[in-house]
Structures are given as structure tokens and as C-alpha cells.
Design a binder for this molecule. Structure first.
Ligand code: AHR
Length: 502
């Protein structure tokens, strides 16, 4: 019997909502080479007068990076921001990652980087060893015009105008025992309330988040205690947990993860709806990546004693051969999920963007754009900002084995249909998870004009980019004048954006 035609339907009048561009945000932490040797590389001929890598800057600007979260992550839970400002800076010992922190790159440098990159700064504060006063002092330093000791400090540091940092969060993952200054749920609600109170007394215009979880008890207590002061709550997720053992999930195992990109969002969204907060409190997925960062032992009490045990293995994060089309396909499925949940998800931050598991890897003489860089390029530069409700017929499913060796049934395709608020046309995203088989489908989306396919081109599932090795890139193809219902083909192991009349 002939296979039934796969049909993707969407009516351009049937809008789900406008996605917040901050779902394409980023994160940088003082970890390994993200800052020093990453964005900040003074003395390198590729760096500008402020020490920022101009090749990194250009690549980030091409992605129209909307928001950048800093300085951690676990790092922040024993970081004191005053160590990183002023003309005389003393290095300090970073108790989280157990390395010397030069403090050369601090608040003012971060703000300058963001202004040059054209993105909003988003500061995560120290709720580990810090407290309400230190957090609100930081807001004062950044946002008060003049009065106040810390505004005067900023002015004395040659920054006459306020930095006007709009986005702040209280703490990182203080819900976990691996975080310095971990808190119980009750302690957390109290600390967030008192910190939020002081931070908003300094600048009531800031938008404030706090570390949350896909856990009802934790979030209910946080929202009951501090919800009146919060504009956001934050969640994190890494699916292939490589923290202690660097054993990458295979392409097939990663495809199993693609069925779980929305699990956390559904739980938190359901709770916000149950509490009637879904229209007031936004969700920031402010750390996400398929791959957990490799840093053995550091998170647990039984930390490695020698640098061979806990420090040198971090260099394995820099292995560009490991960032393949599995990472690209997963990331496209995740960004589809963020678009689909644009009613409650207003920010998502790829963790990180530079080095470690980021979409850009720096070397002394240049950068590598990893496979995931092209996913963001497609979504930011080719996918629409208005998310449409879509429905489909005969969508195929397939069975894959997950990393635990168990079988899971997944959708073979992950789709999203959008249009543009500022120009005619529509853009349908089709992620084809098949390793080698192309999939043809009918595009039943109203529209006229030229039909183009923009896709990440890669010979196979294991394709990657590295210094002197370029296998992955974006390609385009003119498919003729669009007729509603036209058949198109989605290439295997990649993501394709079909633009109609754009
Ligand atoms: O693995 C890196 C860590 O992941 C970040 O510092 C923290 O926020 C998360 O646990």
C-alpha cells in the first residue's frame, strides 16, 4: 500500500503569538576559556583596544545576540562583584572552579562587551556567599545615576553614565548541594524575597528572576514567598550529562533526547497556570545545552584532589570533532519548542556561547563555527517572529534507543510554521531526524511567491567543523514558484527552513 502523504498545515491568520527574540540568548561563565581566551583576549592581534576578540564579536553580531547572561553559573555563588571593578584589581581564588580569577574582566568590561555586541546584559547575582545587600549594591553600581556610594564608585571608575542593566537574577542553582551556599526551599524563598526587595528599592524598573526548578514544591514556596517581587523564574537543563564522564551520547541516543525538550517547560508552565501567574511571571530557560560541561568531581564533596583529576580534563570540552549534527538537530528541536511555548518562555540562553560547549570555539589565530552556530543563524535570520498554530497529517514516527539502552518512539520530524510581522511571507521549519533518509512532505501553508530552502548542509550525522576542517555550512536552494500543497523534501540529519514569498 502506498505510503500516505505527510502534510503540514498552517493558516497564516491562526497565530499562536510573537516569540520574544530573547529565546535566542546566550550565557557566558568564568569557566575554562569562555572569558579569558574566549571573548577577552588582550594582546591578541585579533582583539580590539578593549581586549575583545573582534572575530568573536562579528560572529555574535551576525546572530543578533539579544541578551547575554553573566558571570555564572556556579562561579557566581562565591563571586564578589567589587573584586571585578576599579583601577586596581587583586586576583582572587575561585572556590567553585578552584582556579585563580584575575578579575581583569568584571562588570564594566561585561557591559562594554554587551554594548559593542548590541545585546542586553543580564547579571546573575551571588546568592551563595552573598546576600541581599551585596546584590542591591551591584544594582546601585550599575543603575543609579549618581547618589549612593556605589554609583559614585562607578563614576570614579570613569563610567559617568549608569549601565542601565535591566535583567537580573537572584542566584544560580542554589537548590542544589553542588552549589556553594546551597539553600533549602524555605531558606530560598526568604532570601529571594529580601534580596528582591532591596534590589527593587534601588531600581524598581529592573526585571528580576530567581533560580527555580521543574519541581512543584520548590517553585510553589518560591512564588508564595517572593512571587510579588519576581518578573521571571529561571530553569536550566542539559540532557547529555557529561559532567563527570565524557561519554557523548550517539546520534541515535540524542534523537531520543529530542522527545524531551519540553518536559520541564510543561511542568513549570502548568504550575504558573495553576497559580494564575502565567501572564505575569515569565519563564527564562537561562541555561540550556544538549551537552553538559565536562568538569569531573568539582560539583560534589568528593572533589578530585589533583589537577589531573579535576582541572586538566576540562580541556576535553574543546574537542570540536564532538559537536556534530546530533547537536544541531537537537538544538533545532529545542528552539522549535521555545517558539511553540512563546506564551510563557521569553528568554533562553545557550550555555555557553563561546568555547566549552558553545557554538563558537576560539583559537589563537581565529574561530571555529560549530554546527550549532548555523542553527542559531537559521532561526535568527530566516525564521519568522510570529508563531503560527500548525497541524499535520501522517507524520512519521520511529523507534530509537536512548542512552540507557531503552527504546523510545519519537516523531521523525520536528516542525514549526511562522510568518513575519514586518514583511510578507512565511517560513516553515522542518527538522528531519533520519540519519540517511530524506523525507518528503506537502506544505499546506497559504502563500505565494518564490519558495526557497535554507538548510544546514553536512555529509553525515558525524560531520563537524574544526580549525582547517569545514564540513558544515548553510546552503540555499530555489525550489520554484510556490503552490499551496507543494511537495518539498527535508534532507536527513539536519534542519531546513522553507521560506514562502519572503
Ligand atoms: O556545568 C556548568 C554548570 O551547570 C553551571 O555553572 C551551572 O549553572 C550549571 O550547573
Amino acid at each position: 500500500m502506498a505510503a500516505k502523504t505527510i502534510v503540514l498545515h498552517a493558516d497564516v491568520r491562526n497565530e499562536k503569538g510573537i516569540r520574544n527574540p530573547m529565546i535566542y540568548g546566550g550565557f557566558l561563565e568564568h569557566f575554562h576559556r569562555q572569558i579569558y581566551g574566549g571573548v577577552y583576549d588582550p594582546g591578541n592581534p585579533l582583539s580590539d583596544e578593549a581586549g575583545f576578540r573582534t572575530d568573536v564579536m562579528e560572529a555574535v553580531k551576525k546572530l543578533k545576540l539579544p541578551v547575554l547572561r553573566w558571570p555564572g553559573g556556579c562561579f557566581v555563588s562565591s563571586y564578589h562583584w567589587q573584586d571585578g571593578v576599579g583601577k586596581k584589581r587583586e586576583s582572587t581564588y575561585d572556590r567553585t572552579w578552584r582556579v585563580e580569577e584575575s578579575n581583569e574582566f568584571g562588570t564594566d568590561e561585561f557591559i562594554e562587551f554587551c554594548r559593542k555586541a548590541g545585546c542586553e546584559p543580564y547579571i546573575c547575582t551571588n546568592a551563595g556567599t552573598g546576600g541581599a545587600e551585596e546584590m542591591s549594591d551591584w544594582v546601585e553600581y550599575c543603575n543609579m545615576e549618581s547618589g549612593g556610594r556605589f554609583a559614585r564608585m562607578r563614576i570614579a571608575n570613569d563610567h559617568k553614565s549608569p549601565h542601565n542593566v535591566k535583567y537580573w537574577s537572584v542566584g544560580n542553582e542554589n537548590w542544589s548541594r553542588w552549589e556553594i551556599g546551597a539553600k533549602t526551599s524555605t531558606e530560598w524563598g526568604r532570601l529571594v524575597e529580601e534580596s528582591a526587595k532591596m534590589m527593587k528599592h534601588v531600581d524598581p524598573t529592573i526585571e528580576l528572576s530567581a533560580a527555580a526548578l521543574a519541581d512543584v514544591d520548590w517553585n510553589i514556596n518560591l512564588l508564595k514567598q517572593a512571587g510579588d517581587y519576581l518578573d521571571w523564574i529561571s530553569i536550566h537543563q542539559y540532557w547529555d550529562g557529561l559532567w563527570h564522564v565524557n561519554n557523548y551520547a550517539t546520534y541515535e541516543e540524542v534523537m531520543a533526547y529530542t522527545a524531551h525538550t519540553e518536559d520541564s517547560v510543561r511542568k513549570v508552565k502548568g504550575l504558573l497556570q495553576a497559580l494564575g501567574l502565567e501572564n505575569r511571571i515569565k519563564l527564562a530557560f537561562d541555561e540550556w545545552n544538549l551537552r553538559g560541561w565536562h568538569h569531573p568531581h568539582i560539583h560534589m564533596v568528593e572533589q578530585g584532589k589533583t589537577k589531573e583529576e579535576y582541572l586538566y580534563p576540562r580541556d576535553l570540552n574543546d574537542d570540536n570533532t564532538k559537536y556534530t549534527m546530533a547537536d544541531a538537530v537537537f538544538s533545532a528541536c529545542f528552539l522549535n519548542a521555545m517558539n511553540r511555548n512563546c506564551d510563557v518562555i521569553h528568554m533562553a540562553n545557550y550555555a555557553p556561547i563561546i568555547n566549552t560547549r558553545g557554538y563558537i570555539c576560539t583559537g589563537p589565530e581565529g574561530i571555529v563555527l560549530r554546527s550549532t552556530y548555523y542553527v542559531f543563524d537559521l532561526y535568527v535570520n530566516y525564521v519568522g517572529d510570529v508563531v503560527l498554530n500548525d497541524w499535520s497529517e501522517n507524520m512519521p514516527v520511529k523507534t530509537v534507543k536512548n542512552k540507557d539502552g531503552k527504546e523510545e518512539e519519537i516523531n521523525t520530524l520536528d516542525v514549526l510554521v511562522t510568518k513575519f510581522s514586518d514583511r510578507p511571507g512565511a517560513a516553515a521549519v522542518v527538522v528531519n531526524k533520519e540519519e540517511t533518509d530524506p523525507v518528503s512532505l506537502s506544505l499546506d501553508v497559504d502563500g505565494t511567491g518564490a519558495l526557497y530552502a535554507y538548510y544546514i548542509d553536512a555529509p553525515d550525522t558525524e560531520s563537524y567543523n574544526d580549525f582547517g576542517h569545514q564540513e558544515v555550512n548553510i546552503k540555499s536552494e530555489y525550489l520554484g514558484e510556490y503552490q499551496q500543497g507543494m511537495m518539498v523534501t527535508a534532507r536527513p540529519h539536519t534542519v531546513t527552513v522553507f521560506q514562502i514569498g519572503v
